[in-house]
Design a protein around this ligand. Structure first.
Ligand code: ADP
Ligand code: MG
Ligand code: MG
Length: 894
């Protein structure tokens, strides 16, 4: 027969699937001999059975009453016993800690009669009535569904009536009166009475926990976090201990290290004469935990001992809930605690030093997302006041600007050089221009997948969303938060890493971690911890890490950040600025001679670009991609031109011949879908001389560098190949130019020639393409666009947040590689490419190359390197190291 109930003495921490996280850890603490009030756990399996059949699993009631008998025997009193009742708590506890399910119910077992017994046995009448009123309130709201605000209002009325500030001011008689009010409330609202049978209270509470698995908020949370809907929750039933028995009692929370900085020490909050949630509910002011050392040195020392035991046992930062009952310490919960990125690195380094974990484990516990956050400048929180509001840290970084309340205003002010923060309740595609113009986006609604969050992350813009304390009033062009009103134009500071909003211009401090990467400056413990994680990652990683860089400056920075080459050197920006004239001339050329003249003028400029980059990356590979974007991107805007010509005509002046030619060309080259039009290799095949000029510039730069004593390692990469024929043709041209330059200069130039794989057809015919390609580089941005049929700029702003909210995908496929679809194309291309050409070098140069989860995929797919923007290089190095550790999770430990 299936077993549904386990005593705390029967489980351990490896049983979290069955007992939930809380239950497994309560059992583990019991096993360690820590003082845990006795109890038992109803399994997740019982919950699953309840959820599928809709009724209480057969035999569950029996098992519960057997276990209860055990508790009663140990306690020497019974549930509901009128003179000295045993009381219980009923607590949820799923596999993953999860908001939205039922709140814990304390003091189950009290009724009108046993409350008197409790008063006598404890010798504390106030305590008995306080416990009872809490039960009626919690049971009434969580099990019977009465709005908790009604109870809170009744309590507030009574306090006002008695003229007292907090709940401690109410005496036993007041609380007894409150219980009556509560019971009437329940009756009014439900037509039912508060159950006077403790057995019924217990049974209903357990089933209510099961039911709460499907509460609206819990379901939403699971969908967003992709937690399976069929796991179910466990229920923990535990003997009560009382922190509300007087000044020598209390409740608290503790961390074995500071979860903000990772430093060792005593961290936590304590509240005397309080039960359970009072500590975090903010009903009275808590005191810092070390105050407990003065209030009750003995319990404090015990607690410290237990903290040491737990940390050594879990080999990690633990987060603890405890209660002191008349001087005696009880442990009520522990788990491996959440922490900031700073703390994650510091703790990993310290635990490694202490010999508690290996360097591999230390590396597994930090992550690239956290590292990226540590690289941004931060606000100097010691110099700013309290935050105006808190929200969800949706896109990291720190930004300062004047608050504006609509897109048009953001654009208007930004155009004249003002820095602005766009503040909206929520954003829509209409807000896009304002988001582009703003330094940061702040919304009062919506989560990590809201429109604001998705679009801001895509743009790399600071964003705090869901700052619920903020009331946005776009009509009056202001918002209020707490007591403060912020009018349009008032400067505010937005911290997208922490999710905080500050009044005024908060001073920024540079990131010490960034300084370390820039200049190897070792300034503090955090930097040391980061440096050690990086060194270990570099030791263990198999994947190479390169950077996407198009200028000597970026190349040099990438190198400082640890890049082992350039995986993507785009050439399009080399056609802008003053050179636009020459590009125009090339496009408008009517004769070969004209075209050649334009190309010849471009050649030395291009050569100079490449010489600088090859010098900065001396000795390391530099993959240069031939021109990719459609040529009309280099021509003036169509409407602008038409207006210019019309204006000239209206003034009666003769239209400029050049403008007319340009307009002709622009019209001729206009494309409905430029992303799928004349670009990439197609351009090289139909625009005569373009490829030859680019390759000559590269080859001559190589010659120049070689003559200067350098070690240039240029590689030539052809974009947007669909079929091997395209590559074959371009390759012939490239080889011809390389041979010409070699002959002319007497220096042999033999750059490897490879291709991007960024169209599904290329991936699917990779075996053929590999016959002509010496290397592959996956362009996962275009490959994602073309595999999904998404135009990134259009879809992200228009409907991605809706897709994310509906759970169609967990993250945007432009942020993290879509393993099932795009990833499968990558795998096919790797396998077939290498089958055709063993040892084929393969990399990736899309933005995914700097995304932690994607890096793990590329490692597993057998790529040789990832390439990403210079600032993401450290992230990629770290994650490549983590990926090489077998069997580690991909996520941050945060
Ligand atoms: P959450 O998961 O929201 O933290 P818990 O189940 O931990 O909920 O319970 C909420 C509060 O009630 C906690 O402060 C906890 O310490 C307290 N609590 C739970 N069970 C008991 C008990 N048996 N005796 C005293 N306090 C308890
Ligand atoms: Mg808890
Ligand atoms: Mg591309």
């Amino acid at each position: 027969m299936v077993r549904y109930v386990y005593a705390f003495t029967e489980g351990d921490r490896d049983m979290a699937d069955l007992l939930g996280g809380k239950g497994a850890n309560l059992a583990e603490m019991t096993r360690l001999g820590l003082p845990v009030p006795p109890g038992f756990t109803v399994t997740t399996e019982a919950c699953r059975t309840f959820l599928t059949t809709g009724s209480e699993p057969v035999g569950l009631a029996r098992e519960i009453s057997d276990r209860l008998a055990g508790l009663e025997e140990a306690a020497g009193r019974c549930l509901g016993q009128p003179d000295d009742p045993l009381l219980l708590s009923v607590r949820t506890g799923a596999r993953f800690s999860m908001p939205g399910m039922m709140e814990t119910i304390l003091n189950i077992g009290l009724d009108d009669e046993s409350v008197q017994g409790l008063a006598k046995s404890s010798g504390n009448e106030r305590f008995a009535w306080d416990s009872y009123r809490r039960l009626v309130q919690m049971f009434g709201s969580t099990v019977m569904g009465v709005g908790s605000n009604l109870f809170e209002e009744a309590m507030a009325d009574l306090k006002q009536d008695r003229g007292v500030a907090d709940d401690l001011g109410l005496d036993a008689a007041d609380l007894a009166e409150l219980v009556e009010t509560y019971k009437e409330l329940i009756h009014q609202e439900t037509g039912e009475s508060f159950p006077q049978s403790p057995a019924e209270q217990l049974q209903r509470a357990v089933l209510a926990v099961f039911q709460s698995w499907n509460a609206e908020r819990a379901r939403l949370y699971r969908r967003r976090e992709h937690i399976p809907d069929d796991l179910g929750t466990a229920v923990n039933v535990q003997t009560m201990v009382f922190g509300n028995l007087g000044p020598d009692s209390g409740s608290g929370v503790a961390f074995t290290r500071d979860p903000a900085t990772g430093r060792t020490g005593v961290y936590g909050d304590y509240l005397a004469n309080a039960q359970g949630e009072d500590v975090v509910a903010g009903i009275r002011n808590t005191v810092p935990l070390d105050e407990l050392g003065r209030l009750n040195p003995e319990a404090f020392d015990r607690l410290r001992d237990h903290m040491v035991t737990l940390e050594a046992h879990y080999r990690d930062l633990c987060d603890i809930e405890f209660t002191i009952e008349r001087g005696r310490l009880w442990m009520l919960q522990t788990r491996v605690g959440k922490r900031t990125a700073e703390a994650a690195f510091t703790i990993a380094a310290e635990l490694t030093d202490e010999g508690l974990i290996t360097a591999d484990e230390g590396l597994a516990r930090v992550g690239g997302d956290g590292l990226a956050r540590l690289m941004f400048p931060r606000f100097d929180t010691s110099a700013v006041g309290d935050p105006l509001a808190h929200g969800i840290p949706a896109s990291p970084g720190a930004a300062v600007g004047a608050a504006v309340f609509d897109s048009a205003e953001a654009v208007r002010r930004a155009t004249v050089g003002e820095k602005v923060v766009l503040v909206r309740e929520e954003t829509t595609p209409d807000d896009l221009p304002g988001m582009v113009a703003a330094q940061a986006v702040l919304t009062s609604r919506g989560g990590k997948t809201s429109h604001a969050a998705v679009v801001a992350r895509g743009m790399g813009k600071v964003c705090v969303c869901g700052a619920e304390e903020i009331m946005v009033d776009p009509q009056r062009r202001r918002f209020t938060a707490g007591g403060t009103t912020v009018e349009e134009g008032t400067v505010i500071s937005v911290d997208g890493s922490e999710g905080a909003v500050y009044p005024g211009a908060a001073p920024l401090i540079d990131s010490a971690v960034m300084k370390y990467f820039e200049a190897s400056e070792h300034t503090d413990g955090l930097v040391d911890a980061v440096a050690r994680a990086m060194e270990h990652a570099d030791r263990v990683r198999r994947l190479g890490v390169r950077a996407n860089a198009d200028t000597p400056e970026d190349a040099a920075r990438a190198r400082r950040f640890g890049a082992e080459g350039i995986g993507l050197c785009r050439t399009e920006h080399m056609f802008l600025g003053d050179r636009r004239q020459l590009v125009e001339a090339m496009i408008l050329a009517r004769t070969n001679a004209e075209r050649e003249r334009a190309l010849t003028a471009l050649l030395p400029l291009q050569r100079q670009d490449f010489t600088g980059i090859l010098e900065a990356m001396d000795g390391l590979p530099v993959t240069v991609r031939l021109l990719d974007p459609p040529l009309h991107e280099f021509l003036p805007d169509r409407t602008e031109l038409a207006v210019r010509l019309a204006a000239a005509e209206a003034h009666g002046s003769p239209p400029s011949e050049h403008d007319a030619d340009l307009l002709d060309a622009v019209n001729r080259m206009h494309e409905e879908n430029p992303m799928l039009g004349l670009r990439g290799v197609r351009l090289g095949l139909v625009a005569p001389g373009l490829v030859a000029m680019q390759v000559r510039a590269i080859a001559e730069a190589v010659v120049e560098r070689r003559r200067a004593g350098g070690d240039p390692r240029a590689e030539i990469m052809v974009p947007l190949i669909d079929t091997v024929e395209e590559l074959r043709l371009v390759r012939q041209e490239v080889e011809q130019v390389l041979a010409d330059v070699s002959t002319e200069s007497g220096v042999t130039v033999d750059c490897p020639i490879g291709t991007m794989i960024e169209l599904p057809r290329a991936a699917l015919t990779a075996g053929r393409i590999a016959e002509e390609a010496q290397f592959f580089s996956f362009g996962t941005n275009d490959l994602t666009q073309t595999t999904w049929g998404f135009s990134r700029d259009d879809v992200e702003a228009a409907f991605f947040s809706a897709y994310l909210d509906k759970g169609i995908f967990k993250v945007s496929p432009f942020e993290t590689i879509d393993r099932e679809g795009v990833g499968r194309l990558v795998e096919i291309a790797v396998a077939e490419g290498r089958a055709a050409r063993p040892g084929l070098k393969i990399g990736v140069c899309g933005e995914h190359g700097g995304d932690p989860e994607s890096v793990h995929f590329f490692h597993a797919a057998g790529l040789d390197y990832v390439s990403c923007s210079p600032f993401r290089v450290p992230v990629a190095r770290l994650e490549a190291g983590r990926a090489a550790l077998s069997g580690t999770e991909t996520g941050d430990s945060r």
